[in-house]
Ligand binder design. Structure first.
Ligand SMILES: *Cc1c(COP(=O)(O)O)cnc(C)c1O
Length: 440
């Protein structure tokens, strides 16, 4: 693989002159809005020019200028084994060589659905989609059909993809750009969406169809649920006759084999999955109790479809990735993440920099704040000023690629070694000292 890459690089370099990130970004901006296909990649909130990835392996990515980084972006959580895992790659190659999409059902769709249902207690059926956005959008439609109600409650700073009704006060790229919502989303489209603060129990009126929540919020930096918050949502939904939707597109199969809500003893009515379950290929899924899920077409009258849904290559990658994840993997991910968090906290403390480093399983947040962050207001206050941007660029300069936004989290993978963590902490120690020596 490496040899192939190198020869292709040489051809490209020879024929076209060296392809730099600068030149690619310039070309990209001519043909793609902002030069990227998803906003956060453009570096808007940290400034500068994004690096263009040439290839990646394990914990590392190499950019088109030949620089190597220890990568904590990991496709924003879609890659949990590290880049180019051999088993996943082999499954992808084998699947692709047998055709990449058929428009007829395949065995792997059954296997992946069985694997998810086996791992998630209370989830009897799933429908596969091509993205987390579709999963969340479809789960909302289903909840409205099931309850015959229209209201949706979401939490400020939680991100559930970019469907209109869920774009009100979203985290992730919406937060990065400082948009409370999005142009082009009509008041009608968000008219039934009520946005409330994370970690506070809302009161639910009679017309609420569902409450959708990230059980650990990972799109406004990392914000942990306070004890009793998710449990309280379950009770409030039961009392009001509303459904609880756990958007586990990030947390599902990342914190344990299955659903994070199960770890805290809460059973939602519907789950959304994505990212990890596709092994780095485009996928999403939503699922729940049989009685609810059977309302989906063609067994019921809630329409939901997709040309590439249950894609044979994506399901092959997903099955290969999920097959590798056992208790030992999750224990290792937690150890790696804890070591990184402890190291970063100690380095910041020694330099006299106020930073919060929340960590949970294999999710880690970095927020320049004196206080722990418990909601979107806190996250936004921590994201003001330029400390994160300076930290980000100084780390990147030292070969550590973090997310280019204070509203995203770091995703240590199974490929991150003890040495990777040490190198990261050593770099952070330098950078925190630099930040302390030259205040803004
Ligand atoms: C990433 C994400 C989504 C959207 O998934 P896409 O595959 O990007 O459409 C939805 N919900 C959460 C919690 C996410 O992190």
């Amino acid at each position: 693989m490496g040899g192939l890459m190198d020869s292709r690089r040489q051809d490209a370099d020879g024929a076209l002159g060296r392809i730099t990130g600068e030149s690619l970004f310039e070309r990209a901006r001519r043909v793609t809005p902002g030069g990227v296909n998803s906003p956060v990649r453009a570096f808007s909130s940290v400034g500068g020019t994004p690096y263009f990835v040439d290839h990646a392996a394990g914990s590392r990515v190499w950019d088109t200028d030949g620089r190597e980084y220890i990568d904590y972006v990991q496709s924003y959580g879609a890659v949990i084994l590290g880049h180019g895992d051999p088993a996943v790659t082999e499954a992808v190659v084998r699947a692709a060589s047998a055709g990449t999409s058929y428009g007829a059902p395949t065995e792997r769709e059954v296997l992946l659905a069985e694997m998810i249902c086996d791992a998630v207690r209370g989830c009897d059926m799933v429908r596969l989609t091509s993205s987390g956005t579709e999963a969340a959008m479809s789960a909302i439609r289903l909840a409205r059909a099931y309850t015959g109600r229209s209201g949706v409650i979401k939490f400020a700073g939680c991100y559930h993809g970019h469907s209109d009704a869920l774009l009100a006060a979203g985290g992730s790229g919406v937060a990065t750009l400082g948009l409370s919502s999005s142009a082009g989303v009509t008041t009608g489209a968000v008219g039934d969406t009520l946005v409330v603060p994370y970690n506070q129990l809302p009161s639910l009126s009679e017309d609420v169809a569902c409450v959708i929540v990230e059980p650990v919020a990972a799109n406004m930096g990392l914000v942990l649920p306070q004890p009793g918050f998710i449990e309280g949502l379950r009770e409030a939904c039961d009392e009001a006759g509303a459904l609880l939707i756990a958007d586990e597109v990030i947390t599902g199969f990342r914190m344990c084999r299955g659903s994070y809500t199960e770890l805290i003893g809460v059973q939602p009515d519907l789950w959304c999955f994505g990212k990890v379950i596709g092994g780095g290929l485009p996928i999403g899924a939503f699922g729940g109790r049989r009685q609810i899920m059977e309302m989906i077409a063609p067994s019921g009258d809630v329409y939901q479809a997709g040309t590439l849904s249950g894609n044979p290559v994506a399901t092959a990658a997903g099955l290969a990735a999920l097959s590798r994840l056992d208790q030992e993997s999750y224990a290792k991910l937690s150890r790696t993440t804890r070591a990184l968090a402890d190291g970063l906290r100690a380095a910041a403390r020694d330099a006299g920099i106020a930073v919060q480093v929340p960590a949970c399983s294999s999710l880690l947040g970095i927020a320049f704040s004196h206080q722990p962050i418990c909601d979107f207001d806190g996250a936004r206050r921590a994201g003001e000023g330029n400390l994160y941007a300076r930290f980000f660029h100084a780390m990147l300069h030292r070969g550590i690629a973090l997310a280019p936004s204070p509203f995203e989290v770091a995703f240590p993978s199974l490929a991150h070694s003890h040495d990777d963590i040490e190198m990261t902490v050593t770099a952070a120690r330098d950078v925190f000292t630099e930040l302390a020596d030259s205040p803004p």
